[in-house]
Design a protein around this ligand. Sequence first.
Ligand SMILES: CSC[C@@H](O)[C@@H](O)C(=O)COP(=O)(O)O
Ligand SMILES: [Zn+2]
Length: 207
Amino acid sequence: MISAWNELACVKRELAARDWFPGTSGNLSIKVSNKPLTCLVTVSGKDKYKETEEDFVLVDQDGKALTEQGKPSAETVIHLEVYKRTDAGCSLHVHTLDNNLISELYAEKGSITFRNVELIKAFGVLDADGELTIPIVENFADLPTLGKVVGEQISADTKAILIRNHGITVWGKNAFEAKRHLEACEFLFSYQMKLLHAKALNLKEVL
Ligand SMILES: CSC[C@@H](O)[C@@H](O)C(=O)COP(=O)(O)O
Ligand SMILES: [Zn+2]
């Protein structure tokens, strides 16, 4: 569990350096065992820009705390849905301006699809005509409900899910891959927001 703790702490430090934990938002997890399923998850409500010895708590497959660092993330259920439905080893959840804006702009479509942008290769989409589609679900204050609607969108090849006006949950087989997927998502969202802005200003016409 120590190595898992250190691996997650490294990712948390790097995401904090990107300023991706505004207002104590965000939660991270890393799988510790498969049978039974256990994972380390960020303790709820903490300032994730700080590093302490109580940053993570070990939980079982039902989200029950097995160690005493603190209350597990309120959104532990989402991470557990990821581990129960995929071979993921690490799951990351952040709230950024770009992922919130994209989730609202494309909510009615139910998803956003990227093509002809090099960064989709970060998801292993290597064909020239390849696409990356990220589902968007409605946000719910009732977290078991939110966990259910997120879980229903997870299939074997899903790597990320946007929650409308809330944030994104992204995963990978390990912390390195999960972080790569998250960084790629946030690049793609920022690219799309700036492209929409440039089009709105007819910038292409003035070039
Ligand atoms: C404080 S606003 C963000 C929270 O409501 C929640 O969405 C979140 O991401 C962090 O919850 P947490 O219980 O600290 O893991
Ligand atoms: Zn959240």
